[in-house]
Design a protein around this ligand. Structure first.
Ligand SMILES: [Zn+2]
Length: 425
């Protein structure tokens, strides 16, 4: 396959640049990025008036939570989880999780996400859906025990899930996910660590998302959150979802660990968790990537909304220009996301030798794009004036998952109908 005549987004000397190039894809990999590649029988994708860029990487989500979209506005995190979400989740069926997973993957593919890091129960259903849709995913069976659930049963469910993996499918990778330091006892965190070591997997944990968490972690573990984190996960690659409430001491601890932050700006605002100072975290050398969180709190899975919100909301805490820019957030949604998930040798940038996870974003001059015209700065417009609806084509490992906004592997109308009929609220 050759993607011809596009404006290709590349990372060069720490900058984000756009160059007019062709991209050759062979056996799922990018093998050449050059001016005018001559076709020799390959399938041609015409990318005239389109940005050709790495697929977006959603580093923290719970995709089946599209079933909660638009509900329970105005709750704080703890009320939302304990009183609203968890009692309903207890009643969800396998079929509902499968249908919700297919539905959310359609939303992600249609808005330019090619890889997501999920944390939800009955993950076999999400995995089945990812295999059908052709998406790249990091999956797990989350662990927690302060809610009275039997930890040994949860761990066995994780083992059964992981051990039943298809080793030939390298699009699906795995994490060990203690839900949060406030929902897992010391014993649960230790067992999560042991599993991560045994299977050589990263940890994926909610960390300092809300103000209430600070005290509840202290009460449960007798120590501050970052000390608890270091005690159990030092030396293990750790994906921290949120990190809104980090103080300077926490940042110092995180700097000594192999970890990074999945920043979920829209979800944080929706749940009244305030603003993570990701400008400061980045300056301290901590990896910061982007996510949407589940659609129950993040509203949708459109990473372009996260890009724009992440960038804009730093202006809510910084009055000077010394804060993250549109170029930074594009990296956060691509190469930094790949780093956070431990996949940077395979995805996250358009480079020869990497897997072809690519999206085409339509920037043609027409009424639908009037808000991005005149297009003086393509990168800035991509962040401030683009939405997932502008994504035209989505490719994962060289396979087209959506072309000209059409899907072949799934009946979109049927998938929408199924989820519209699920009434759990
Ligand atoms: Zn979450």
């Amino acid at each position: 396959m050759i993607i011809k005549n596009g404006k290709v987004l590349l990372f060069k000397n720490d900058d984000v640049v756009i160059e007019e190039k062709d991209v050759l894809i062979q056996e799922g990999k990018i093998t050449k990025i050059e001016d005018q590649i001559k076709a020799d029988g390959e399938e041609i994708i015409d990318a005239t008036d389109k940005i050709v860029m790495p697929g977006l990487i959603n580093t923290h989500t719970h995709i089946a939570m599209c079933l909660f979209r638009g509900t329970f506005e105005g709750c704080d995190l703890f009320t939302w989880l304990h009183k609203k979400i968890w009692p309903i989740e207890d009643k969800l069926t396998k079929e509902q999780i499968y249908d919700a997973s297919i539905f959310s993957m359609i939303e992600m593919i249609a808005t330019g996400t090619t890889c997501f890091n999920d944390q939800y129960f009955m993950p076999e259903e999400t995995r089945k859906a990812a295999e059908k849709m052709g998406m790249r995913a990091v999956l797990t069976r989350p662990l927690m025990d302060t809610d009275g659930s039997d930890l040994n049963v949860r761990i066995q469910e994780f083992r059964d899930f992981y051990e039943s993996r298809d080793e030939n499918n390298d699009l699906i990778t795995y994490s060990v996910a203690p839900h949060g330091l406030y929902t897992c006892s010391g014993n649960c965190l230790k067992k999560a660590r042991d599993l991560a070591v045994e299977y050589n997997l990263p940890i994926h944990v909610h960390f300092l998302e809300s103000i209430d968490e600070i005290n509840s972690i202290k009460e449960l573990h007798g120590e501050e959150a970052s000390k608890v984190l270091k005690k159990y996960f030092d030396g293990i690659h750790t994906i921290l979802a949120h990190g809104v409430k980090l103080n300077d001491q926490d940042i110092e601890v995180l700097k000594t660990m192999d970890c990074g932050i999945a920043h979920n700006p829209v979800s944080n605002l929706r749940l009244g968790c305030k603003i993570a100072d990701v400008t400061k975290y980045k300056k301290a050398g901590i990896t910061v990537a982007l996510g949407t969180d589940g659609a129950g709190s993040g509203n949708n899975l459109d990473m372009f909304e996260s890009l724009r919100t992440a960038c804009l909301m730093q202006g809510g805490i910084y009055e000077d220009a010394d804060r993250i820019t549109s170029r930074d957030v594009i990296k956060m949604a691509t190469i930094e996301g790949a780093k956070l998930l431990g996949l940077e040798d395979r995805i996250g940038s358009l480079e020869e030798g990497k897997d072809a996870d690519i999206i085409l974003v339509d920037i043609s001059s027409k009424l639908d794009h009037i808000s991005m015209l005149p297009n003086h700065d393509i990168i800035s417009n991509l962040v401030y004036n683009t939405s997932g609806r502008d994504v035209d084509t989505t490719i994962v490992k060289g396979k087209i998952l959506m072309k000209n906004r059409k899907f072949e592997q799934v009946d979109v109308n049927e998938a929408i109908k199924k989820v519209n009929q699920i009434n759990i609220i």
